[in-house]
Design a binder for this molecule. Structure first.
Ligand code: M6R
Length: 367
């Protein structure tokens, strides 16, 4: 049942190229120029009338929502808020029929997300569910469903569901941009082409999966570490940190790189591992200055970046991991892969139960 893999998590990491392809299947026009979402109930009129979007989810699905926010704001220029479901409900959210609410849930059964969906509907919002289980409670109750086609996810640590959620958000953002006319046809076609290259790019990274193993063993003896990044790199940092905490029980914190010097920098001491995501060209220099700040305090820095920046960055960091080149907005679909593998190999090195970490359940049906 694990298809020759030692754990479901590793199997599911390796299923990501397939999950990407399946989630895109039938949703891109034959000429590769347009996104097609024929299952959507929402009319073009309704899409044009959206004034704001709220993305609501828990855990890893919330982290996908952070990237979704960047994608929608960047491509469709609609204001987006992303919230964890257990907070959203109790902050008397401002939600009405001008709001599109997007709930994200692998299982479709998460109690807080389901309750948030109901709250949003009671206030007149149209609710779109991005879910991996089409027969789930969330899929049943939502007004619209955009299914991720990742296949069943068994490991408690979510991997292929997260990356398929990113694909779903990219498709939906492009669809919004098409209907609302916020991007040119060329831009849309360019993003589609980049999306279609992702599965092969992930395969390439997975072919060298073990290159991260030594580093995972190295960090497994540490008690604390940091993940830093800016923009979508910060969103991926949060996902990488959660994955590591969840299955290796190593404490880590994900920080917006520019926020470090507002307090957290005090925790940086000799030898502490810092994993810096530096994939966003427009803020690369700023991230490099933040890397230098932690280096100057003795941190041991591993950078995740594009091949072309490795040589230069190695002047300021201790190690580098190169990811294939894609468009800035799509980098999370690649940069998260080494972080998933890092968590996996760290958990393995510590002899822990990778697929069933302590205290956690795959589906959280209590509030
Ligand atoms: O099924 P859901 O996507 O609604 O689950 C949400 C979270 O419970 C889930 O993503 C959790 O954070 C994972 N164990 C993370 O790997």
């Amino acid at each position: 049942e694990k298809g020759g893999f030692d754990h479901f998590m590793l199997k599911e990491i390796y299923e990501q190229p397939k999950a990407y392809r399946e989630t895109m299947l039938g949703r891109i026009s034959a000429d590769h120029k347009q996104v097609l979402l024929p299952d959507l109930n929402m009319t073009e009129e309704q899409i044009k009338n959206i004034k704001n979007i709220q993305i609501i989810a828990c855990g890893t699905a919330y982290h996908a929502g952070l990237v979704g926010r960047s994608m929608i704001e960047h491509l469709a220029r609609i204001p987006v808020e992303t919230d964890v479901a257990s907070e959203y409900r109790y902050r008397s959210p401002i939600v009405n029929s001008d709001t599109l609410v997007i709930v994200v849930s692998q299982s479709g059964e998460t109690a807080d997300t389901l309750a948030a969906l109901r709250e949003a509907q009671a206030n007149g919002a149209h609710v779109l569910a991005i879910t991996n289980v089409v027969g789930s409670s969330i899929a049943r109750d939502a007004n619209d469903v955009l299914a991720t086609l990742a296949g069943p996810e068994i490991a408690v640590a979510s991997t292929k569901a997260y990356t398929s959620q990113l694909i779903a958000f990219a498709l939906f953002s492009l669809y919004l941009a098409q209907v609302r006319g916020t991007q040119t046809e060329e831009t849309v076609a360019g993003i589609i082409a980049a999306m279609q290259s992702l599965p092969e790019q992930v395969e390439k990274m997975l072919d060298q999966a073990e290159t991260i193993k030594d580093y995972a063993e190295q960090i497994s003896s540490h008690k604390n570490l940091f993940f830093i990044g800016r923009g979508v790199d910060y969103a991926v940092a949060q996902e990488g940190s959660l994955k590591l905490k969840e299955i290796s029980y190593i404490h880590s914190e994900a920080y917006a790189a520019g926020e470090l010097k507002h307090g957290t920098l005090a925790l940086i001491e000799d030898g502490i591992p810092v994993i810096a995501l530096a994939t966003q060209e427009d803020v690369l220099e700023k991230t490099v200055s933040n890397i230098k700040e932690v280096k100057a305090r003795g941190a041991d820095v591993m950078v995740i970046t594009h091949e072309e920046h490795v040589a230069n960055l190695l002047k300021s960091v201790d190690q580098a991991y190169a990811i294939p080149k894609t468009l800035p907005i799509l980098t999370p679909a690649l940069s998260v892969v080494p972080l998933q593998l890092l968590a996996y190999y760290a958990s393995l090195a510590l002899g822990l139960d990778v697929d069933k970490p302590r205290n956690l359940a795959k589906s959280v049906t209590v509030e």
